[in-house]
Design a protein. Structure first.
Length: 743
């Protein structure tokens, strides 16, 4: 809760520009909070209709707007206030994800991971910062899951009534709920049928669901336009004057042909894990570790299918269906229902790594998770920010588990130091000589990585590695390559007549020998310490070490001085070898993968989410602030001018139908309701009408060649006293603010 609150609650004024739906919802909420009536004068309606002046048939769901009304009632009217309920709902999602995962897996670490993965989901974070209802049904989906899972566990019938009631109330959250909530009720009935539950279980589920439905049906019976207007809204190729349309016409004749391609767009790896919808984010809709865990989650479903997994899979597959008929590919906010199911299936994959039997299945799942993360980062290398650093950090857990198989059983403490030194020196000298002649360090490094990763799949190392001196040679090879790859000695100065290449080679050999000696020393100490602590303390220490090594390896390129970098690399490789030997020793070999996977994957999630979070408040503002919604700076500047000059009239010459709505919002936010009676809304720049305004009136309009030329002429004739051109965050001219002169 603390982490989610710290991430989600601050700076709710970003995005800086309100969407049209946000403005309407906010003004409606304020009207309800102050008078109990909506913008059309209806007293506490169940659905909220857009005023007729906006020339479109649109009705808004009630729960989000009433939540905003409560927020506005308690706090000053502002962007942050009207967005607060959605932020709170997002935090509730995270806590419910923890509760659902705890019931599912009975493991607090996995439940915590599920909550954190949802908290670090970029799409979830982004949706929480807008006063729109696209994700308002997520708490109801998670609440339904929690009730059903608790019923499966405890057989308390009132939980089924609660599940139905939550689904019924969820109908009033978002328009997609009219498809999803009945579907979830059907899935629940299928589970009950599979479990051979008594008829009263179905009756209680139906009773809970029908109760809110009856309330909605009574309202719709007296306001049938709620249905006909909503259907018209989504049948875009029908003229606005058409009468009611049938559901078949709306969904099938006009949508089915395109729904398949739109549905598939929600599952593109680039959209899901790399750059988000329309490639405008610096992360995907989900962080990369979720991709790997979904693979493990699929293994869990195939290996141990059960009712909870059926609910998660069915919910995942159906969640994007309503959005597929809207015709907006990749727009995740319309398919926000996938988020809890994706995260919980990912948590199921994590649980598979913790508990799968036989142990080989855990190893296969562990390797599959990290291979997926590394593979996606490598495949989308040019599109993923800090891709190389992400790959480096992702290799740490699987490299350590592979090294544990290779070296965990090697009795380093029994070998002669001189013998190990000789074997290491020969191996490292040969390696560097080959690299010096052939310059094949990269292919060898890739091959070594694959070999080390493959070792994780084994219970014991290959026979040839079990020979102690061969193991020492392999260790020297790994350490030597690591030092060669990450330490550059270009800053070294030539000494006397010694060739520079020979001097650099000698320095590389010496650094590699020292690093190998350090790795062996740490390995000997780890062998001595193995098995001396309790499992939970060991798991905590190992997880902490994994996190530290991942973060250090992620930022390895920060160090540029070759001396510091050599020491940095030495600590990294020696620490990795020591941890590998430690987790293999004693009785910990069978319990290592779950904690290591949890810690490692959450670290990658944080490392990927952090740049997204930083960009969201900086660069994304430029990429996302386009179109007619960028009126905030202009209207605020206009209000500031009106505060100083008290104009007799304010002319809105903005060619946008909702411009008056935006103006009203910012006027109310600034507590300048006195400006509304003086406002003259218009959809065009009309010089004749402007010259008729009283002297000192303020005018706002948008620039264009024709408007700019007209303003130049009016300035020359003295019809305008001042003019000011405002620009957007990317430097694009957006608005003129003018002051009239003598008529």
């Amino acid at each position: 809760m603390i982490v989610a609150g710290a991430l989600y609650l601050p700076r709710r004024d970003i995005p800086s520009y309100l969407a049209p739906d946000e403005v309407f919802s906010a003004l409606t909420a304020r009207s309800v909070a102050t008078s109990g009536r909506d913008l059309n004068g209806r007293l506490l309606p169940l659905y909220f209709q857009l005023p007729d002046s906006f020339e479109t048939r649109m009705w808004y769901q009630p729960i989000a707007i009433y939540a905003m009304a409560a927020s506005v009632k308690l706090l000053p009217f502002s962007e942050s206030t009207v967005r607060l309920p959605m932020t709170i709902a997002a935090i509730v999602d995270i806590l419910l994800a923890y509760a659902v995962a705890l019931v599912l897996f009975r493991n607090q670490a996995i439940a915590f991971a599920a909550a954190m993965l949802l908290a670090l989901t970029p799409a979830h974070f982004s949706d929480s910062r807008v006063a729109m209802d696209h994700h308002s049904f997520l708490p109801f989906i998670l609440g339904w899951l929690l009730c059903v899972l608790l019923y499966i566990e405890r057989r308390r019938l009132f939980l089924l009534f609660g599940a139905g009631l939550v689904l019924g109330l969820g109908l009033f959250t978002y328009v997609a709920s009219y498809v999803l909530m009945p579907a979830f009720a059907l899935f629940t009935a299928i589970v009950l049928f599979h479990r051979r539950e008594p008829l009263r279980a179905y009756a209680l589920l139906a009773a809970g669901f029908v109760l809110p439905v009856l309330i909605g049906a009574l309202y719709i019976a007296s306001h049938p336009a709620v249905v006909t207007d909503t259907l018209w809204r989504y049948q875009r190729n029908q003229s606005p004057d058409a009468g009611g349309v049938s559901l078949a016409q709306s969904l099938f004749f006009d949508r089915v042909a395109k729904a398949g391609s739109v549905y598939s767009s929600f599952w593109r790896p680039r959209v899901l894990f790399i750059s988000g919808p329309r490639a405008v984010w610096v992360a995907g809709q989900f962080v990369l570790p979720v991709a790997g865990l979904l693979v493990a989650g699929g293994m869990r479903m195939l290996w141990r299918p059960d009712a909870p997994m059926f609910l998660l899979l069915a919910g995942l597959l159906i969640a994007p269906l309503p959005a597929s008929f809207v015709g907006e590919p990749e727009v995740i906010r319309r398919a926000a229902g996938v988020m809890p199911f994706v995260v919980l299936i990912a948590a199921a994959g994590l649980e598979f790594i913790w508990t799968a039997e036989p142990v080989r299945l855990r190893r296969i799942a562990f390797v599959a998770v990290w291979a997926t993360v590394i593979g996606l980062a490598a495949t989308y290398y040019d599109e993923l920010p800090h891709a190389q650093a992400v790959v480096r950090a992702a290799t740490v857990p699987i490299a350590i588990t592979g090294l544990a198989v290779l070296f965990g059983d090697v009795p380093f403490e029994r070998l002669s130091l001189w013998t190990m030194a000789l074997v290491s020196a020969v191996t490292i000298a040969t390696l560097h000589a080959v690299y010096f002649v052939s310059n094949q360090a990269t292919p060898v490094g890739v091959a070594l990585l694959f070999v080390v990763m493959a070792m994780t799949l084994l219970e014991r190392p290959p026979g040839f590695v079990r020979q102690p001196l061969v193991a020492v040679a392999v260790l020297a090879l790994v350490v030597g390559h690591f030092m060669f790859n990450y330490v550059d000695y270009a800053q070294l100065r030539r000494i006397a007549f010694v060739p520079a290449s020979a001097f650099v080679l000698a320095a590389r050999l010496m650094a590699s020998l020292v690093a190998t000696a350090a790795a062996i020393a740490v390995a000997r100490a780890a062998r001595h310490a193995a098995g001396r602590s309790s499992d939970w303390r060991f798991a905590s220490a190992a997880a902490t070490a994994i996190v530290a090594l991942q973060i250090a390896y992620y930022f390895v390129d920060i160090v540029v001085d070759y001396r510091v970098r050599a020491l940095y690399a030495l600590v990294l490789i020696a620490g990795s070898v020591g941890l590998a030997v430690l987790i293999r020793g004693g009785e910990h070999a069978r319990v290592q993968l779950g904690p290591l996977a949890t810690a490692g994957l959450l670290t990658i999630a944080v490392l990927q989410f952090a740049p997204f979070h930083a960009d969201y408040f900086t660069g994304f503002r430029t990429r996302g602030a386009t179109g007619p919604i960028s009126s905030k700076p202009a209207f605020q500047a206009l209000i500031e001018r009106a505060r100083d000059e008290s104009p007799p009239a304010i002319y809105l010459g903005w060619p946008y139908a909702l411009g008056e709505l935006y103006w009203r919002f910012y006027v109310l936010e600034s507590q300048r309701e006195d400006l509304l009676p003086r406002t003259i809304p218009d959809l065009d720049f009309k010089p004749d009408r402007i010259t008729a305004l009283p002297r000192g009136s303020l005018v706002i309009t948008t620039p264009s060649p024709a408007v700019d030329a007209a303003i130049d002429g009016m300035m020359a004739r003295g019809e305008l006293r001042t003019r000011e051109l405002l620009r957007d965050v990317d430097g694009t001219p957006t608005f003129w603010i003018l002051e009239t002169g003598s008529p």
